[in-house]
Ligand binder design. Structure first.
Ligand code: HEC
Length: 130
């Protein structure tokens, strides 16, 4: 009986590990139309009000380069946790998402049909250098 529970635990751990790894597999990149035109327009408004004063687009281009190959969700989390530097975390989730759509668009990445959504697949979208 004890043996049984032990092997069951083993199976659970192995399954979690296996799913963990597939979860990290990146199926898309920011080149695949992963945000909408509407998100870009909304993001520009937020950007102009909250981000423009401290960084220019050149800064974001360099940031995207340094995040090359990382999941887009990690950048979203990083920005949400630290920006705006004078008031971190002060925006709504949606505003952070829209700002990222705007920054990607300004760096030449295309809009598409699907909305960028931190709760839905953003961990499988890879950043590529602009
Ligand atoms: C009050 C000034 C200020 C404002 C406003 C501000 N930032 Fe920043 N930001 C900084 C500073 C300072 C750093 C860290 C130093 C650096 O890398 O230049 C930084 C770093 C960053 C980074 C690099 C993070 C990384 O891990 O590579 C990103 C991306 C960023 N900011 C995005 C934003 C966005 C998006 C907004 C608007 C929501 C914003 N910032 C608003 C000052 C600001």
């Amino acid at each position: 009986m004890i043996l049984c529970i032990k092997s069951l635990r083993y199976i659970v751990v192995v399954t979690i590990l296996a799913f963990g790894f597939t979860g990290l597999a990146q199926e898309k990149t920011v080149n695949d139309g992963v945000f909408t035109e509407a998100q870009v327009s909304a993001g520009q408004v937020v950007y102009d009000a909250q981000c423009k004063t401290c960084h220019n687009m050149r800064f974001y281009r360099d940031t995207l380069r340094s995040w090359n190959n990382q999941p887009l969700l990690y950048l979203w989390e990083s920005i949400m946790g630290t920006m705006p530097a004078d008031n971190p975390g002060s925006l709504m989730f949606e505003e952070y998402t829209d700002v990222i759509a705007y920054i990607l668009s300004e760096n030449g990445f295309p809009t598409g049909e699907s909305e960028l959504d931190p709760d839905n697949g953003m961990d499988t979208i890879a950043i590529v250098a602009p």
